[in-house]
Design a binder for this molecule. Structure first.
Ligand code: ZN
Length: 400
């Protein structure tokens, strides 16, 4: 890549910031539609001669976008990111979350780090990539509903994985401060509905208290989390180095003088080892079936404990010598790879036979928080990284 446009990082940075301003202005909280953002991206790509394919959700409210720059008959590389952001409700922002606040080095707004900064850099590179007839294509994969369990990427991935030739690898631009990441934990999230029997609280023995039974299960989950911490397995590259579990949401009861008939709670577990997640789930189910439910049914035959899977995605464990990992190391200028504690769509790509590496601008120290920001230097670094990838694709990576 020797053209002026490709080398001029400051020009690309200006373009990235202008695009980021547009992206941040779409309040694409996971619960809401991302279609206005997707239409903006589709229009921008069309202006650059790139056609897009959309993968809408069942309700037609959201869509993932897939686009190919270059020769689709060769196997290339995917640049992937999610378009949704976490909510801002209840957070104390001192700047508007859905408008870019440019304070020089820092650029504030919901999603600047996680992960519209990466999307903006990728989009700023599109004219450069399109101008060079790359022998290997670059695909863009922009998803929805990542923040609620990597849901939106799945239908797109199912279709892409069937096509030939399959991409040689994917770069997921989650915020890693520009460092290539080859591993993260897998995650399981469940909802539990406890059904008891209501009655006046003056006659508690006549009812079955769903809140109290749910509490037994919640404490059991906490005990299992302690077991994870004490007994392992451990992988000291991660923070924390052991599997984790917790209950994040609980709701039940209508009044202090009514024995509650309903209680629901949601819990999760994260591990580097899929079998740990299976064992965890088994232990919670056994606790419910053996210790909790029989006592409930003795008082009320209609009593029940029901579990529902909210989401599950696999961990990532890419081989250090995989071609896409080597590409990310070379293009990033880093000498080694790292790991992240949060999840990504990388595990799903890898499970679909497309090796993944996570590498993007910004830090999760800022992601999901009020006054989220990314720095200009981080974006500059990401643009150099993408230029490095383009250079190697132009040279015929990975054959070169
Ligand atoms: Zn993210």
């Amino acid at each position: 890549m020797t053209t002026r446009a490709a080398d001029d990082v400051e020009e690309l940075l200006a373009s990235s910031v202008a695009i980021l301003e547009r992206l941040i202005a779409f309040p694409t909280v996971s619960a809401d539609s991302n279609l206005p953002l997707i239409e903006f991206v589709r229009g921008y790509l069309a202006e650059n001669g790139v056609t897009s394919e959309l993968f809408p959700d069942a309700a037609g409210m959201k869509a993932s976008l897939w686009a190919t720059i270059g020769d689709a008959s060769s196997a290339g590389i995917v640049l992937s990111g999610h378009t949704d952001v976490v909510p801002v409700a209840g957070q104390s922002w001192t700047r508007p979350p859905f408008a870019l606040t440019d304070e020089g080095e820092r650029l504030y707004g919901r999603g600047t780090a996680d992960m519209k900064g990466f999307l903006a850099c990728v989009l700023a590179m599109v004219p450069v990539l399109a101008a060079h007839r790359l022998p290997l294509p670059v695909h863009l994969a922009f998803s929805y509903d990542e923040e609620i369990g990597c849901l939106g990427v799945r239908p797109m991935l199912e279709e892409i994985a069937k096509r030939e030739p399959k991409p040689l690898g994917v770069v997921i631009g989650e915020p890693t401060s520009g460092r290539p990441v080859t591993a993260h934990k897998g995650k399981l999230a469940m909802r539990c509905d406890v059904v008891g029997r209501a009655c006046h609280s003056a006659h508690t023995p006549d009812g079955v208290n769903a809140v109290e039974k749910a509490a037994r299960l919640i404490v059991a989950i906490e005990d299992l989390a302690h077991d994870f911490a004490e007994r392992g397995p451990r992988d000291d590259r991660f923070d924390p180095p052991f599997s984790t579990a917790q209950t994040g949401v609980v709701a039940g009861g209508i009044s202090v003088n009514v024995v509650p008939s309903r209680c629901s709670f949601s819990f999760e577990a994260r591990s580097t080892d899929e079998r740990e997640l299976d064992r965890f789930l088994e232990a919670v189910s056994v606790k419910a079936a053996r210790d909790v439910l029989p006592a409930m049914r003795a008082g009320a035959p209609e009593a029940d404990v029901r579990f529902e899977l909210l989401t599950r995605y696999p961990g990532l464990r890419s081989a250090e010598d995989d071609a896409v990992v080597a590409l990310a190391i070379a293009a990033s200028g880093e000498s080694q790879t790292g790991v992240i504690s949060f999840g990504s769509e990388g595990g799903l790509f890898a499970a679909a036979g497309i090796p993944a590496v996570v590498c993007g601008p910004g830090s999760m120290d800022q992601g999901h928080k009020p006054d989220e920001y990314v720095t200009r230097e981080e974006l500059r670094r990401c643009l150099r990284f993408l230029q490095g990838i383009a250079t190697r694709l132009a040279e015929g990576w990975p054959a070169a």
